[in-house]
Ligand binder design. Structure first.
Ligand code: NAD
Ligand code: TYD
Length: 338
């Protein structure tokens, strides 16, 4: 099979490309615009694989996307390409609407035009909004209403609605996955876990928003990849699948775990001004994908987070190449006066 993976030089996309090449004999086409978040170094380990092909392209560039689809005739398209950071969406929503919504439309139009048999939209649990901290009995299911908080989550929810509309109106063969927060190798250090690892390593204060009590449901990126792989091959046309491993942690707990693994003092923690509209708690009910597709996560958080910290320690050059230049400007802008 010929599979197009968009956003393939980003965090989850690159992990998914490695997953596909390891588990299957498919021809894998990795597409990425290489924005600040896309890094070709993330794909270094597969550049000599004869089943791997890289294309630099913008999913919003209709002409170029149509040309690629006409030439390559993909069987499956998996769309990871997106602007993905909530804090950046609060600063500048426009690019989120363009890439996350209009880019999705361009890809789906190409799927219809060139007879792609399955379009998969990588969505997020953030489309459901948040749950209260004092109702541990509540979880997001696939039928929880969409109720977004940030421009990022609103753009992802809009894309989901558009994907469903293309299914109903034009019979697009599609699936959607909505996963909880991922951690693991190759994550850009603007996100909680790699940012805290990088700061702790360098004895820079660890900026915890608010009181650090917001809860996220963490899943190792490998387990997200295995879920998407199952969905694109065995998922039902037109269905949404929630993906999560029942691993809820308050942010402060995650930060303290990282400090402990790195043997750094808790005095590095600094509480800073909270994120605007900060979602309180995410918690996924994954029973549908477990029952229908037999998906099970491989990682427990305790071993996954240790392995992840080790990965960043062993990839110092990768981290250094990202955390200089534009990253420093971003960091100063975001945290300088917080
Ligand atoms: P990321 O920011 O690390 O990667 C996004 C990639 O998309 C980058 O390589 C970037 O260069 C590329 N890209 C951006 N605009 C593009 C465009 N116009 N054309 C082509 N490529 C473009 O993000 P990630 O964390 O790997 O997330 C990937 C997907 O998974 C996103 O759709 C995100 O909403 C979703 N998701 C992420 C998480 C998480 O915890 N990180 C959880 C659930 C869902
Ligand atoms: P993040 O990794 O940005 O993912 P998301 O907002 O998509 O869940 O943030 C995870 C949590 O960590 C979120 O509650 C915000 C918090 N956070 C901090 O406290 N400090 C930080 O510097 C960052 C980046 C996030």
């Amino acid at each position: 099979m010929k599979i197009l993976v968009t956003g393939a030089a980003g965090f989850i996309g690159s992990n998914f490309v490695y997953y596909l090449l390891e588990k299957h004999e498919d021809e894998v086409w990795a597409l990425d615009l290489l924005t600040y978040a896309g890094n070709l170094k993330n794909l270094d380990g597969c550049k000599d694989n004869p089943h791997f092909h890289f294309v630099k392209a913008d999913i919003c560039d209709r002409e170029n996307i149509n040309k690629l689809f006409a030439e390559e005739r993909f069987d499956i398209v998996v769309n990871f390409a997106a602007e993905s950071h909530v804090d950046r969406s609060i600063e500048n929503p426009g690019i989120f609407l363009k890439t996350n919504i209009l880019g999705t439309q361009v890809l789906m139009d190409a799927c219809l035009k060139y007879g792609v048999s399955r379009y998969h939209q990588v969505s997020t649990d953030e489309v459901y909004g948040d749950l209260p901290l004092d109702r541990k009995d509540l979880y997001f299911t696939e039928s929880t209403p969409l109720h977004t908080s940030s421009p990022y989550s609103a753009s992802k929810a809009s894309a989901d609605l558009l994907v469903m509309a293309y299914h109903r109106t034009y019979n697009l063969n599609m699936t959607i996955s909505r996963c909880s927060n991922n951690y693991g190798p190759y994550q850009f250090p603007e996100k909680l876990i790699p940012l805290m690892i990088h700061n702790a390593q360098n004895n820079i204060p660890l900026p915890v928003y608010g009181q650090g009590l917001n809860v996220r449901d963490w899943l190792h990126v490998y387990d997200h990849c295995s879920a998407i792989d199952l969905i694109i091959r065995h998922g039902q046309n037109g269905e949404v699948y929630n993906v999560g491993g029942h691993n809820e942690k308050a942010n402060i707990e995650v930060v303290k775990t990282i400090l402990k693994i790195l043997d750094k003092p808790q005095s590095l923690i600094t509480y800073v001004t909270d994120r605007k509209g900060h979602d309180l708690r995410y918690a996924i009910d994954p029973s549908k994908i477990q029952k229908e597709l037999g998906w099970k996560p491989k990682y427990h958080f305790e071993e996954g987070i240790k392995e992840t910290v080790d990965w960043y320690l062993n990839h110092q050059e990768w981290l250094d190449s990202i955390t200089s230049g534009a990253y420093m400007e971003y960091y100063q802008r975001m945290y300088g006066n917080r």
